[in-house]
Design a protein. Structure first.
Length: 216
């Protein structure tokens, strides 16, 4: 029985692909590198900003300058909420869940940016501050299971009672490594190319956020 739900952020709760893509492309263009499509950039998201930047430069066949990550973060921070919005039904789903069981956020995005997005989109009210973990703290980033296990400890649950909801292979591997269940959001931009044949019957795929409620 699921007693605790942990959400990924980008591609699961919020559609941030355009802001991420335009920020990455602004950096590429400033460095004289070919820009990439929004879809291509979306496929690079999930392992943290440093990996996204490295993948973007590699896709353009250009060497990344030493300050590439810092420059990307500055560009992205300035446009963090320009186009980013919650996916349809997300607010309603979170509102329905918060009265039934604890919910949390586990993302590889820096914590300060995560909090700005949650605050700016009116989603912070659903998540206690200690149940929001970013990718720049002392714990290793997903797919390492440490963050998910810490969140389980904070709510007094065993990982086996937790459900990790995300849109990417990174989230799926995190759940499996922690001993939690996984639920994949096919509406998210990180789901493209997901190896669905590797899913077990205990790892459902949802096409909309509201479909999560029907699983519980």
């Amino acid at each position: 029985m699921i007693k605790f739900i942990v959400f990924d952020l980008d591609g699961t709760l919020v559609d941030s692909r355009r802001d991420l893509a335009e920020s990455a492309n602004a950096l590429l263009a400033a460095c004289g590198c070919p820009t990439q499509s929004e879809t291509a950039i979306g496929r690079m998201v999930g392992d943290g900003a440093a990996t996204l930047v490295a993948r973007a430069f590699a896709a353009g066949g250009c060497p990344a300058p030493p300050d590439a990550l810092a420059r990307f973060l500055a560009i992205y921070e300035a446009r963090l909420l320009q186009c980013t919005r919650p996916y349809p039904e997300v607010e309603e789903v979170l509102g329905a869940l918060e009265s039934r069981l604890p919910i949390a956020v586990l993302t590889n995005k820096p914590l300060a940016s995560t909090r700005r997005i949650l605050d700016g989109l009116g989603l912070a009210r659903f998540f206690p501050p200690d149940l929001v973990l970013g990718g720049d703290g002392p714990l290793p980033r997903k797919p390492d299971p440490a963050g998910l296990r810490v969140l389980c400890e904070r709510v007094g649950m065993a990982p086996g009672a937790a459900l990790m909801v995300g849109d990417s292979v990174v989230d799926w591997r995190t759940a499996r490594a922690a001993g939690a269940r996984a639920c994949l959001a096919s509406y998210g931009f990180g789901f493209d190319g997901f190896p669905t044949d590797d899913l077990t019957p205990e790892e459902p795929v949802i096409a909309t956020p509201a479909a999560l409620l029907r699983l519980l």
